[in-house]
Design a protein around this ligand. Structure first.
Ligand SMILES: *Cc1c(COP(=O)(O)O)cnc(C)c1O
Length: 407
């Protein structure tokens, strides 16, 4: 089989060789505990300090504002629960209908505990409904939490403006920037953002390390209660090798930001334009909105996304349908549903997400792999006849199962 084409960088990225190299000594000879008093330990504390400075440089903030965590999910959870614990009188949270599971999965528990939660909607391009957002902010709101860039479509929310609106009303603002970091410039010192989450494995560090930015002066309550690590804000002995790796990855992400926004953007644009012109009955989800440069989400109508993925995998191409967390279920993605994408299109949606490790040769190969797969699947589809949909064919999803309806 020919070489792998990896177009699933929003799910995870390859750990950069430079990052692996930076980490290695901390698995072997440099194993000291950063909290120890002797120099063998203190030297690793110094490495953590350097990693914190590099991460702060990537985000445009003060190193003291960075807490290292185990992942993006931990950072998101820490932000939510810190905001609620430090403001016990406030019983309301505002978020959107298109968030990542790391936020959304907290909502049923919050509601059960008596909190009110407002989920702001988006338009057909995935853009935030601004008036609905402003209306949701009340004196009882403890936190507004919104994605910076959507993991499924790449659509960017105007988080700087949103944070301003929250600051004017005395409301804390958190953003899940896991899919924004390394793709768009971030300068936190110039914004009113209070809390921000990132995850190492989305920017070429390994899986299992993340960071949370907490603006200086913001009241904070730890999520992991224990020792005095991370300035008393996260208990648990520091994961030295991974934190060192995250620091090196932050340096690389900053250096690669220009390449991401020129070369990678051009690759993504070539890929999506090529697919849309080569295949009929497609739909570019979020195409009318501002997006990060690496992501495209295309619906191939009248075919199942899972079937497309299986055939792509057979050709060595890794992609994703909707979010990795919901694949395997027949329910179309909650993000595409919130955008009002019809079921016929939502079911056949494919996310392709690139990184600085991809090449134009890979895009060209992908452009030759896709069209025959779609044609073959459509030829087998009961919803397709010749070069268009069969008359009266409709997919509905009343019960989560797809069925043909007689209109
Ligand atoms: C991947 C991802 C997360 C979760 O990060 P982990 O480190 O895998 O826990 C959170 N939010 C978004 C937008 C993501 O893409």
């Amino acid at each position: 089989m020919s070489e792998l084409i990896y177009f699933d960088s929003n799910a995870t990225t390859k750990t950069a060789p430079e990052v692996v190299e930076a980490m290695l000594p901390f698995f072997s000879e440099r194993y000291g505990n950063p909290s120890s008093m002797y120099p063998f330990g203190g030297e690793t504390a110094r490495e953590i300090r350097l990693a914190r400075e590099k991460t702060a440089a990537l985000l445009g903030c003060d190193p003291r504002e960075i807490i290292f965590t185990s992942c993006g999910t931990e950072s998101d959870n820490t932000a939510i629960w810190s905001a609620l614990r430090t403001q016990p009188d406030r019983r309301h949270l505002v978020t959107s209908r298109v968030e990542h599971q790391a936020i959304l999965s907290n909502l049923p528990l919050l509601r059960k505990m008596g909190y009110r939660v407002t989920e702001v909607g988006v338009d057909e391009n995935g853009r935030l409904l601004w008036d609905q957002f402003l209306e949701a902010l009340t004196p009882d709101t403890a936190l507004a939490t919104f994605l910076w860039a959507n993991n499924e479509t790449g659509v960017v929310f105007p988080v700087a403006e949103m944070a301003e609106a929250c600051a004017e009303r005395g409301i804390a603002f958190h953003t899940d920037a896991v899919q924004a970091v390394g793709k768009i410039p971030i300068n936190l010192s110039a914004t009113k953002i209070d809390l921000l989450s990132i995850s190492g494995h989305k920017y070429h560090a390994p899986k299992g390390v993340g960071a949370l930015y907490v603006r200086r002066g913001l009241k904070f309550s730890p999520f992991l209660i224990g020792g005095h690590q991370e300035n008393g804000r996260r208990g648990g002995t520091e994961n030295v090798p991974y934190i060192v790796g995250a620091g090196r990855a932050a340096e690389l992400a900053l250096a690669n930001l220009a390449d991401e926004n020129t070369r990678v953007r051009a690759l993504r644009d070539k890929l999506e334009k090529g697919l849309i012109s080569a295949v009929t009955h497609t739909r570019l989800n979020g195409g009318g909105a501002e997006r990060v440069p690496n992501t495209t989400n295309i619906s191939f109508e009248y075919v199942e996304g899972e079937a497309i993925l299986l055939h792509l995998a057979g050709k060595g191409l890794c992609a994703s349908s909707g979010s990795a967390c919901t694949s395997g279920s027949l329910e179309p993605s909650h993000v595409l549903r919130a955008m009002g994408v019809p079921f016929t299109a939502a079911h056949g949606s494919i996310r392709l997400s690139l990184s600085v490790h991809n090449t134009e040769a890979e895009v060209d190969r992908a452009l030759s792999i896709f069209p025959p797969i779609i044609a073959k699947l459509r030829a087998m589809s009961p919803f397709w006849r010749g070069d268009g949909p069969a008359p009266g064919s409709l997919l509905t999803c009343e019960t989560g199962a797809c069925q043909v309806c007689d209109p």
